[in-house]
Design a binder for this molecule. Structure first.
Ligand code: MOS
Length: 731
């Protein structure tokens, strides 16, 4: 029934290069695409459930302190109101005190503005929303620190120190010592966080918008004090997550508490403002870059330090230095990070946590270093690619940075010979170009998937893996079809239900390689069983178009099943391989911008990205991931910033009108090159993560292009028109 693969060694068999169906890697369209574009895919809040009550969260109108009383009677007489709940499980931070503080005695401890403190449940959404507005609460608020620069940060545990950075800096031919800041980011997923919970007296079923059902089921069972076998989570379609749906959010716990208490189904949907105020933000950062090269253009000093922030006692720290550890060589190294404790909402994972803000800053600093040293910035990168991890000495599984730089430069038409700024003007627009490297660590996780071959010759793939818009439905079906010799339409993929085998969840770009490997393992076991049944070695068989053939015979796949269903569960586990190798995706960005000489407005005119991330499982969905990443690059370079009121800590731009993600008019034609490679270390299917790589560094290419266009060197992301204008030399 079950086949288990633990990867301890590189898998160089490259099985998917020897199969014959010919669909792997092809740009097949999504089987769920039509449902999505016609509005018939059912998202978490859209299930029509009889007798469903509506819950609306009430949130704290202050940043730090405690709620001392909630007057239920202020709303219980209002039309349709069923209950007011203030269960502490709805807001995990409310049940713990902060170290060194007196234990709080109020109803609920508050650590950030907008933290949920109660749930109002009514017959209709409008009634619940109205009552939530009128609920009377009393609270004691305290002073709090909102500015990371205003407190003493905590150092992180394991800084990297090699050689003597200070001496290397002072001895160097050319060096830069630069300080940058980046602002907080929102995940800004299209679908708000939403849940419908149903309690049948024994089992809790929740339809929710989540990325990691395999882990979320444990979180929710733990919060509700239920056995995991009594919890079912369903997330068939997820309208984006970008990290904000990695963990169980307050809407889900609130709906669960309410249904268990009231005995009726309860729906809770966060408003757009609540999503902005409650879900995890990407930390703002301050970073210092110290880089130096010798007269050959080889890096001799590499210093990258970061200050990030989070609430007191939160473990997560934006891993800003993640790819700085291995992207470039340089003997004298210092990498260290600190965390400031402030009362903005919890900081956590937002697409490409770490690299999304660490890489653009590193790449802007590399751009300035290249200028100082008089080296083509592409050449500076090419000359400093390490042959192994500079700190650990571990070899790379595969490494496509050089090829991405070269192919990207060629496709873009890069000319690195004269990088003097302010050379091209069209009317009131300065035109310039810039480039940057891309890097994002590759991760895999334990994953299970079941593959069933039916006696009608079709197959089914089942796992509780989610598809958060990335194309998981498509690629898992494609892997099974390729392995079993079936067309895309003969494989049905079912995802997003904890009744299926546990997948790896969608996060950290590990989904495709991990879930894909579980499907691969199941299919290998099916092929083995079929081979035994036929009496031929599996390597002698060809699986194509529903037919299994060998030297002197063939049989229809449906006939082999002959009234039986063949079912195998594939179980993939990453083994010791991560201890022996470094696995990462690499790439390069090239951007051309126009900067308005009067207003400082920057328009990205074109952008090329070249990415190497192992085997391409589907050229269309992979390309879409790269495009999405590059759009994030434009947003983080030019517009995206959560803004907090410095006096009371509230978020002042909690909606899509004021938090500016790029819209169609902001995004030019983007050119994506998929640089094929096989990484035998990365996974048994030789694929690496691509979800996040496309946004790791590109904002630095835009920063370098702004400088090349108009001569404004900025050390702050996003580079809004006011800041560009202030930094622009006067004509
Ligand atoms: Mo990702 S930020 O791990 O969804």
């Amino acid at each position: 029934m079950s086949a288990h693969l633990i990867q301890d060694e590189p898998d160089t068999r490259n099985v998917l290069d020897r199969t014959t169906q010919g669909i792997i890697g092809k740009p097949l369209s999504r089987p769920d695409g039509l449902l999505k574009v016609t509005g018939t895919a059912t998202y978490a809040s859209e299930y029509d459930i009889e007798g469903c009550l509506e819950g609306v969260l009430v949130t704290a109108p202050f940043a730090k302190g405690e709620v001392t009383s909630i007057d239920d009677s202020s709303v219980t007489g209002m039309p349709g109101v069923v209950a007011v709940l203030n269960d502490k499980r709805m807001t995990p931070r409310a049940i713990q005190g902060t170290a060194g503080e007196a234990p709080h005695t109020g109803l609920c401890k508050v650590d950030y503005w907008g933290q949920p403190i109660a749930l109002v449940v009514a017959e209709t959404f409008e009634q619940a929303r109205d009552a939530a507005k009128h609920l009377e609460i009393e609270f004691n608020s305290e002073d709090a620190i909102f500015d990371p620069a205003a407190c003493t940060p905590e150092p992180d545990d394991d800084p990297t120190r090699q050689g003597d950075l200070g001496k290397a800096m002072s001895d160097a031919e050319h060096s830069v010592d630069l300080k940058f800041t980046t602002e907080s980011h929102a995940s800004a997923a299209m679908e708000p966080h939403a849940a419908i919970a149903q309690w049948d007296g024994d089992t809790l079923t929740v339809h929710a918008s989540l990325q990691m059902l395999n882990y979320n089921i444990s979180e929710l069972a733990d919060a509700m004090k239920l056995d995991e076998s009594k919890v079912r989570l369903v997330a068939r379609y997820v309208g984006g997550g970008f990290g904000s749906k990695l963990g169980v959010s307050q809407d889900i716990v609130a709906a669960s508490v309410a249904t268990m208490q009231l005995g009726r189904p309860v729906r809770v949907v966060m408003s757009r403002q609540q999503v902005f105020q409650n879900v995890m933000r990407r930390s703002e950062t301050s970073q210092r870059l110290r880089l130096a090269v010798d007269h050959h253009g080889k890096l001799t000093a590499f210093g990258h330090e970061a200050l990030v922030s989070n609430l007191p006692e939160e473990d997560f720290a934006e891993p800003v230095l993640q790819s700085s550890h291995f992207l470039y060589a340089g003997k004298n190294r210092l990498l260290q990070s600190e965390t400031a404790r402030i009362h903005r909402m919890t900081a956590g994972s937002v697409r490409a946590p770490g690299e999304a803000v660490g890489m653009p800053v590193l790449e802007a600093a590399m751009g300035e270093l290249a200028e100082k040293a008089g080296i083509d910035p592409v050449q500076l990168r090419l000359d400093n690619i390490p042959t192994k991890h500079p700190a650990t000495g571990k070899p790379f599984g595969s490494h496509k940075l050089a090829e991405c730089l070269q192919r990207g430069a060629e496709a873009f038409g890069w000319d690195g010979s004269d990088r003097t700024p302010r050379q091209r003007r069209e009317g009131e627009w300065w035109i310039g170009t810039g480039m940057a490297s891309a890097a994002r660590v590759h991760n895999v996780g334990e994953a299970k998937a079941r593959v069933t071959l039916h006696d009608d010759g079709t197959a089914k793939v089942e796992t509780d893996m989610t598809d958060i818009g990335t194309g998981t439905y498509t690629i898992l079906g494609q892997i099974a079809g390729e392995m079993l010799g079936l067309s895309q339409s003969d494989v049905l993929t079912e995802l997003g239900d904890t009744r299926f085998p546990r997948g790896p969840g969608s996060g950290g770009s590990w989904g495709a390689a991990s879930a894909g490997s579980a499907v691969f393992v199941a299919c290998e076991a099916l092929r083995e069983e079929i081979a035994q049944k036929i009496g031929q070695p599996v390597d002698a068989l060809t699986f194509k178009d529903g037919l299994v053939s060998w030297d002197d015979g063939s049989v229809i796949l449906a006939d082999i099943a002959n009234g039986e269903n063949f079912t195998k569960e594939g179980h993939f586990e990453p083994g010791d391989i991560a201890e022996d190798y470094t696995a990462s995706g690499f790439g390069a960005f090239f951007a051309e911008v126009a900067v308005n000489r009067w207003t400082g407005e920057t328009r990205v005119r074109r952008m090329t990205g070249a990415f190497g991330f192992g085997r391409v499982l589907n050229a269309k969905t992979a390309r879409s991931q790269c495009l999405g990443g590059m759009v994030w690059c434009i947003g983080s370079a030019l517009t995206e910033s959560l803004m907090f009121d410095p006096t009371d800590g509230h978020l002042v731009n909690p909606d899509l009108a004021e938090y500016h993600v790029p819209v169609n008019r902001d995004v030019p034609d983007l050119d994506v090159l998929l640089v094929e490679e096989r990484d035998a270390v990365a996974s048994p299917i030789q694929a690496k993560g691509i979800g996040e790589l496309g946004m790791c560094g590109g904002a630095g290419a835009i920063a370098n292009a702004i400088y090349n266009a108009c001569g404004a060197r900025l050390y702050v992301f996003p580079m809004t028109p006011d800041k560009v204008l202030a930094a622009m030399p006067v004509d």
